[in-house]
Design a binder for this molecule. Structure first.
Ligand code: MG
Length: 265
């Protein structure tokens, strides 16, 4: 399918944020115009981020400062996918959460039973408030039989000053200590696509995941029966494509270029 045909077929764009819609606190040129074109054509968009350190509310406020106004239904995080996963597979079970106060609030508001004592399940998020005590407890609980889950597999998180260790790195420390591997949700896993489809009612073949990473954003679409579109405004450079197992359905310079093509439809 050519690029124009793919955009025409897409009814729902699932947008990554950092490296795709903005860079850190700076909105990328053409992002708002892209959204305008999506709306003009009667298509829809939602944002999806693997970053579980902040709550949806925090992202809504961040986007508002960029003059992008969305409601709660238009933002999904890997934390939301984990909440849904817990309700489906571990209903009523107690959870020890290694996460930020933002994520804790998100879990608590959704009715997840959090505990500091021996839980049924340990959930690891992108915990920017990590302490040795939390790490030690998580390891002890998992060693004693708690289920080991994690919101997303990202090893590093890009910032304007370079990389900082993300959820996958924290899980690696726990795995090294306990010999146990986590079950991840978030991008690129099926649970994420299923949740997007359930929340939006969109059909799989009319959904395109758009982002700057091949192994998370693009893979989510192409590995799960939807589409994956790569933008070169963030982490991935054109030359990275040659060595990648994940082949995007389309590659654009940025959302600006996507918006310009949408304008011709
Ligand atoms: Mg990104």
């Amino acid at each position: 399918m050519d690029k124009k045909e793919l955009l025409k077929q897409t009814e729902l764009f699932v947008l990554d944020m950092d490296g795709t819609f903005y860079l850190d606190t700076q909105i990328l040129d053409g992002s708002l115009e892209f959204l305008r074109q999506v709306k003009r054509l009667g298509k829809r968009f939602v944002f999806f981020t693997n970053n579980s350190s902040k709550s949806p509310k925090t992202y809504i406020e961040k986007l508002e400062r960029m003059d992008c106004w969305i409601d709660r239904s238009q933002i999904i995080t890997s934390g939301d996918v984990m909440i849904r996963y817990l309700k489906e597979y571990y209903p009523g079970k107690s959870v020890f959460l290694m996460g930020t106060p933002d994520l804790e609030e998100n879990f608590r508001e959704s009715g997840i039973r959090l505990t500091k004592d021996m839980p049924d399940v340990v959930v690891v998020g992108f915990d920017m408030t990590l302490t040795y005590e939390k790490l030690e407890r998580a390891c002890t609980y998992i060693r004693n039989g708690a289920v080991f889950l994690a919101t997303h597999l990202d090893i590093n998180c890009p910032t304007k000053d370079g990389f900082i260790p993300d959820c996958g790195t924290m899980c690696a420390a726990i795995s090294l200590s306990t010999g146990k591997q986590p079950r991840y949700v978030g991008k690129p896993f099926r649970e994420t696509v299923d949740m997007v489809l359930r929340l939006t009612g969109a059909r799989r073949e009319n959904v395109s995941f758009v982002g700057d990473r091949l192994y998370t954003d693009v893979k989510t679409g192409v590995a799960n029966g939807a589409h994956g579109i790569l933008v070169l405004s963030g982490e991935t450079k054109k030359e990275d494509l040659a060595g990648s197992d994940t082949v995007p359905d389309a590659v654009f310079a940025d959302l600006k270029e996507m918006g310009e093509l949408l304008a011709t439809l």
